[in-house]
Design a protein around this ligand. Sequence first.
Ligand code: MGD
Ligand code: MGD
Ligand code: MO
Length: 672
Amino acid sequence: MPILRSVCPLDCPDACSLHITVEDGVMTQLAGDPEHPVTQGFACVKTRHYPARQNHPERLRVPLKRVGRKGEGRFRRVSWDEALDDIAARTQEVVRAYGAESVLPYNYAGTMGLCERDQPLAFFRAIGASELEQTICATTGGAAWEMNYGPGKLAPELGDVEHARLILLWGINSLRSNSHLTPFLKRARARGARVIHIDPYRNETSRFADEHLQLTPGTDAALALALGGVILEEGLEDAAYLSAHAKGLGAYRAACAAWPPERAAAFCGLGPGGAARVRELARAFAAAGAAFIRVGYGMTRNEGGGNALRAVTLLPALTGAWRHRGGGAMLSTSGSFGLNTSRLGGQHLLRRGVRRVNMNRLASALELTENPIKALFVFNANPAAVAPDSSRVRAGLAREDLFTVVLEHFQTDTADYADYLLPATTFLEHPDLYTSYGHHYLGWAEPVVAPLGECKPNTWVFRELASRLGLADETLFWGAEEVARALLDSEHPHLRGITFERLQRERSVKLALPQPYRPYAAGSSFADRKIRFAPAPEQLEFEERLSERFPLRLISPPGSHLLNTTMGNIPALLKAAGGEPQVVINPRDAARLGVRHGERHRVVSAHGSILRKVVVSDDAKEGVLVALGQWWPKLAPDGRSLNDLTGERLTDLGGGSTFGNVPVQVEPVEAP
Ligand SMILES: Nc1nc2c(c(=O)[nH]1)N[C@H]1C(S)=C(S)[C@@H](COP(=O)(O)OP(=O)(O)OC[C@H]3O[C@@H](n4cnc5c(=O)[nH]c(N)nc54)[C@H](O)[C@@H]3O)O[C@H]1N2
Ligand SMILES: Nc1nc2c(c(=O)[nH]1)N[C@H]1C(S)=C(S)[C@@H](COP(=O)(O)OP(=O)(O)OC[C@H]3O[C@@H](n4cnc5c(=O)[nH]c(N)nc54)[C@H](O)[C@@H]3O)O[C@H]1N2
Ligand SMILES: [Mo]
């Protein structure tokens, strides 16, 4: 039985190396590569179920054209030529009548492969379509990191984490969303490291950690500034490191002074003894030398998320933790790859001044009456479910005058609104190049099975459209190998010795990092060698305040058994995730509201209302409602999305979404 190699394409920091078993041309099993230093033979619960997704009876197999009303999801089979000719003609019509900016791509990270994820954008940039700002996930964290540390997000090697003495898992459920970090944490702990989870929701990671600080959502900046304040007040900062690498410390010192531990502990809801815990943690952090913070994007999804992440990630600079093996912080390793992206996705074709649409405001974009969006191409994404204010998104998608093309594996809620629904290949059926945001290995995968039915890669579809529109730029017609070769054509030292041939042979290749690798310490080449403490991060107040009407804060972390909505139709995973979408509520809130465990009740915000099963548990902090994972709206009991509750308000930095912190109320539904 042949075992073939691949790379997990899911949006996750781990980008695992996989072993795929194929029998009679069908994928039957999937396992983590036992030889890979990060994957270590382990495939997570989601990826392990990929065979059920790959061979799902409802996979789309042929191109489909709408026959019913918009959103009804009724289609008839058409040939690829019929579909592509008509899509090309209608796109040209829209461009002629309304201008190229009336065309909008909406895409995100359904696959993390650079060819199938990014390269299709070349088509849109060549025609001068509106440019989508891809802000739904990582831009708040990214902008915050770069304000502190300059361009490029760098982090220590996972292999060094075992040398950390103190580890903070801050706003991340790493056991589920970055599960291949766990063996490194265990090794550190075996050598005496202390692990602390800082998160409003007590989850798998809190139970794994030695301690849990259950703070109120959106109060992280106050906690981090208080920690900084104690470190400065007690003279525990690393003066030599700061004089070599820091600027703007005065402003930072003043910002910290505003948050004495007593004030911060009360503000963060740390309870009795909170101030003493803050002091003790600050001292331990400084004393550890090699302190390591794994910080998540989860804590950035609120109005003050950028400032919060800045405040948290300045701590290892303050104490010089970056100088120590295993010390520092990790938001993402994405800045270490050094690929030549100058022509990826037609970067070079992007027209200056073209209209930009923030994807968190898709609902409003679809409502524009001046310079309206008239053609929408969705791929690698499911906006009817995941985008803020999703009932308004769905209303926009229902416009009869909006020409919509969706490239998908399944008939998702978004696909229901398509005029053309085109069957896409999976990562097992097309080649691609993978980076990672949690480790330092480049991956290359080739198809291990033939495409199902008439499925085609995204890149094939846009090559066909480009030729039908008579577009000329050569990069529009690149295949995966050409994309990969262009990306590797880079002078970056981390890519020294990494050729396409080597990648093709070895499949997973570690970046040529200098050894020892200390990304923000002497001897490393980070952007301008200065870490910016000014303007100082601040604890921002929320504009969307709690009120008598909406007294609870809803957070919506990733589901343990789900991957955004990508695994949202795999029965075994849905069962493991509880069978239906749930919200966790603290027993005191439940008692006050008169709701009981297992009942379905209404969750209401300023934007909408959904029906959800209630789980009563003090895993949720009092005052906080936790929605677990994103479900397909059409598979929820009320056909609605969690994002019917969320709004289009943006974060303080990076234009990110604030769907991580929404004022809501639970309204008891009378028992039938
Ligand atoms: N199993 C699983 N893994 C995933 C995903 C998935 O859907 N399921 N999604 C993937 C994707 S797209 C991404 S972007 C990453 C996301 O990963 P991250 O967002 O980096 O981290 P998560 O593990 O999702 O954890 C978010 C955590 O932040 C907590 N949190 C929420 N608000 C606050 C706050 O204000 N302060 C603090 N301190 N904590 C807060 C939540 O309770 C939750 O435990 O994970 C990826 N991995
Ligand atoms: N309330 C709330 N909303 C959130 C979040 C939250 O925490 N709370 N998290 C947000 C985050 S972090 C993210 S990253 C986004 C994720 O949102 P999306 O990036 O939209 O991710 P998915 O919902 O998983 O949808 C991806 C789709 O891409 C398809 N796909 C996968 N591979 C391919 C391919 O090769 N070709 C084509 N054509 N299609 C493919 C899959 O079938 C799937 O339907 O959601 C965001 N929405
Ligand atoms: Mo994400």
